[in-house]
Ligand binder design. Structure first.
Ligand code: ATP
Ligand code: MG
Length: 369
C-alpha cells in the first residue's frame, strides 16, 4: 500500500475512534547548555561533550507536556521567547527525538513510524529562508513537488491550485528575490501543502509580517481548517493572533503547559471588574514597585515596556482586586512622578491578562518576550 493511502486510511480510523491528530504524553526534551568552544574547540569536542552537561547543566525545553489535538482543530501554542514552542514543533515533526514521553501524529508513533508521521505533516518552520530565492515561486513549488515524487502532471495541477489559493498566480513566474517577505511566507505555506497532508505545523507564521499580510495569512489558515478540514497547530507569541484564530489555546512557559482551553474560557478566568490598563510615556524604572506597594489587594502589577519611537507607549497592567478603586491611586502615583498618561481602561480581559495572571511572564509591546 502506498504511503499516501496509509496516511488517508489512518485518518479515517482516527475519526471513528478516540484517536487524536496529535497527542503527546509526558513529552520531555532537554538540551545541554553549550558554551562557545573557541576556534580550536572542535579538537576537544569529545571531552567537552562528556563534560558539558555536568559543568553547565541542562535547559528543560519541554517538561512533561501532555497535549491532545482533535482532527480539524485549529490549535495555538502561545508562549514567550524560549518557552519551547519550536522545540515542540520539531519533536512532533521527528526532527528532534524526545528524551522522555511519546508523540503520536495522525495515529502514528513519531519514533517508530517516522516516515508515516512525516507523510501526515506539512511544516513551516524558519520562514522564507528555506526557499530558493533565485527560482520563481512556480519553480520552487515544482522542485519540492519532485522531492515528494509527485508525477509531473499532478504536480503542475497542484502547484496551480496552491498559487491560486494564495493569490499568487499573476506573480508566479517572478523570482522569489523580487517577492516581499509576506509573499515568500505564502509560498512557504503553499510548499507545506503540496502533498495535501491532513496536519499542518506552523511555527510563528506571521512573525515579521506587516498587519495586512498577517491578516491575509491568518484568513488563509482559518480557511485551511474550516474549508479543507486540516488540523493546524500554530505557535505564536502574539496574544491577539491566538485569540482571533484558534479554537483552543495552550499557554506554554519555560517548557510547561500552564493552561489549555478556548480563548473565551481562558479569558473568563480573569474577571472584568479586576482589570486596569494605563498607557504611559517614559515611566521611571521604579514605578511598577511603587504602584504595587500602594495596591496590596492587586494580584499582579506589571509594567509592559513599549517602544515610543514606533508609537507604542508602555502599559501598566493591574490584575485582581477592585479595579475601580485602584484607578484613583494609580493616577495619583503617576502624577506625583510626572508621568504622562495616554489612556486608561477598566475591564475587558485579554489573553495577555490571563497569561500574566498565570505566569507573571515578562511582556513587551506587541507580544511576549
Ligand atoms: N539546539 C539547542 N541546543 C541547546 N538549547 C536549545 C536548542 N534549541 C533550543 N534550545 C533551548 O530550549 C529552550 C526553548 O527553545 P525554543 O526555540 O523551543 O523556544 P521558542 O518558544 O521557540 O522561542 P522563540 O519564541 O524565541 O522562537 C530555549 O531555552 C533554547 O535556548
Ligand atoms: Mg521558536
Amino acid at each position: 500500500m502506498s504511503l499516501k493511502m496509509c496516511v488517508m486510511l489512518s485518518l479515517v480510523v482516527n475519526k471513528s475512534g478516540e484517536v487524536f491528530s496529535i497527542q503527546t504524553v509526558n513529552l520531555t526534551k532537554r538540551f545541554a547548555k553549550k558554551r562557545h568552544r573557541g576556534v580550536f574547540g572542535f579538537l576537544r569536542r569529545n571531552q567537552l561533550d562528556r563534560d558539558v552537561i555536568e559543568k553547565n547543566g541542562v535547559t528543560v525545553a519541554l517538561n512533561k507536556v501532555n497535549i491532545k489535538i482533535c482532527p480539524g482543530e485549529l490549535f495555538g501554542l502561545l508562549g514567550p521567547n524560549g518557552s519551547g514552542k519550536t522545540t515542540m514543533i520539531k519533536c512532533l515533526s521527528t526532527i528532534l527525538i524526545p528524551d522522555e514521553g511519546t508523540v503520536r501524529v495522525n495515529g502514528f508513533d513519531a519514533q517508530k513510524e517516522t516516515s508515516m508521521v512525516r507523510a501526515s505533516l506539512g511544516m513551516v518552520v524558519g520562514g522564507e529562508r528555506t526557499l530558493y530565492w533565485k527560482l520563481t515561486a512556480r519553480d520552487n513549488l515544482m522542485y519540492f513537488a519532485s522531492l515528494y515524487k509527485m508525477q509531473r502532471a499532478h504536480a503542475k495541477r497542484r502547484v496551480d491550485e496552491l498559487l491560486e489559493m494564495f493569490h499568487l498566480s499573476d506573480r508566479a513566474d517572478e523570482r522569489l528575490e523580487d517577492y516581499s517577505t509576506g509573499m515568500r511566507q505564502k509560498v512557504t505555506i503553499a510548499r507545506a501543502l503540496l502533498h495535501d497532508p491532513p496536519i499542518l505545523l506552523l511555527d510563528e507564521p506571521t512573525l515579521g509580517l506587516d498587519p495586512g499580510f498577517s491578516r491575509q495569512i491568518r484568513r488563509q489558515i482559518r480557511e485551511l481548517s474550516e474549508k479543507h478540514g486540516k488540523t493546524v497547530l500554530l505557535t505564536t507569541h502574539y496574544m491577539d493572533e491566538a485569540d482571533q484564530l484558534c479554537d483552543r489555546v495552550a499557554f506554554i512557559n519555560s517548557g510547561n503547559i500552564v493552561a489549555v482551553d478556548t480563548p473565551n474560557r481562558l479569558k473568563a478566568r480573569v474577571k472584568e471588574k479586576e482589570i486596569v490598563e494605563v498607557t504611559v510615556y517614559s515611566p521611571p524604572a521604579d514605578i511598577e514597585e511603587r504602584i504595587r506597594s500602594l495596591l496590596p489587594d492587586a494580584e499582579v502589577v506589571k509594567l509592559i515596556l513599549g517602544d515610543e519611537d514606533k508609537g507604542n507607549p508602555s502599559r501598566i497592567k493591574i490584575i485582581g482586586g477592585a479595579a475601580e478603586e485602584h484607578v484613583g491611586t494609580v493616577i495619583d502615583a503617576l502624577r506625583q512622578k510626572n508621568v504622562r498618561i495616554g489612556s486608561l481602561n477598566v475591564g475587558v480581559p485579554t489573553l495577555e491578562d490571563v497569561f500574566i495572571k498565570l505566569t507573571g511572564a515578562k511582556l513587551t509591546e506587541g507580544g511576549m518576550q
